[in-house]
Design a protein around this ligand. Structure first.
Ligand code: GTP
Ligand code: MG
Length: 205
């Protein structure tokens, strides 16, 4: 898919106030600092559409970006950021879970995981939560530039084997690096194909 336009629409912490358009929506979630905002910039060929930082906890709200005027990308805060207070963690969890449970336009989530790490309970739990709520998701491995090709292969294989202990089928997954621009076409082509499927389904009705 070619990115013709990518614009920030709005930020908020209340799913009820998110854009009303019913165009397909894709949300990026994962631990703080895993590279969600950087990935959004890489996918859209923009330097600073989404705000990034070396310090975890940069993205604090639900951020909507409209792409090619026909679908939304959503940048979300990270989970597992220890330095926020317990109260703000609870508030955060609530607005994020409200988002996932109530946002009807959400077509798929992408759970981002750092390719260097073993499967972490917090990520596996979040995938389970998505599964239990019937929310389709894909996995995006980030920071692939940090490993050599052989190590990438091994880490992804190990990750898939752990997933297969609890899941019957593997979700779609993608290997990316925002700094080396790896995986852009894979993710965008997946979104394009999914958007086409949705358009065909609705024209069949
Ligand atoms: P929060 O908003 O705090 O939840 O973080 P985030 O997941 O949006 O991460 P962000 O995109 O802000 O990136 C966090 C740090 O990781 C920054 O220092 C980025 O430069 C770095 N980073 C992100 N993607 C990559 C990548 O593909 N390769 C490398 N080497 N560094 C990356
Ligand atoms: Mg961010």
């Amino acid at each position: 898919m070619k990115i013709k336009s990518a614009e920030f629409v709005m930020s908020n912490s209340d799913v009820a106030k998110c854009p009303k358009n019913t165009i397909p929506e894709y949300a990026f979630i994962g631990r703080s600092n895993v590279g969600k905002s950087s990935l959004i910039n890489m996918l859209t060929n923009r330097k600073s559409l989404a705000k990034t930082s070396g310090k975890p906890g940069k993205t604090q709200l639900i951020n909507h970006f409209i792409i090619n005027n026909n679908w939304f990308l959503v940048d979300l805060p990270g989970y597992g950021y220890a330095r926020v207070s317990k109260t703000s963690k609870k508030t955060f969890q609530k607005f994020i879970t409200n988002y996932f449970e109530q946002r009807k336009q959400l077509v798929s989530a992408f759970v981002l995981v750092d390719i260097r790490h073993q499967p972490q309970p917090i990520d596996l739990d979040f995938m389970m939560y998505l599964g239990e709520n019937g929310i389709p998701f894909g996995i995006i491995f980030t920071k692939a530039d940090k490993l050599k090709p052989k190590a990438i292969e091994k880490h992804v294989d190990d990750y898939c084997n752990v997933l297969l202990e609890t899941w019957e089928e593997l979700p779609p997954y993608f290997i990316t690096s925002s700094s080396k621009k790896i995986g852009q076409d894979d993710v965008l082509d997946f979104i394009e194909a999914t958007n086409e499927e949705i358009a065909n389904l609705s024209s069949d009705l």
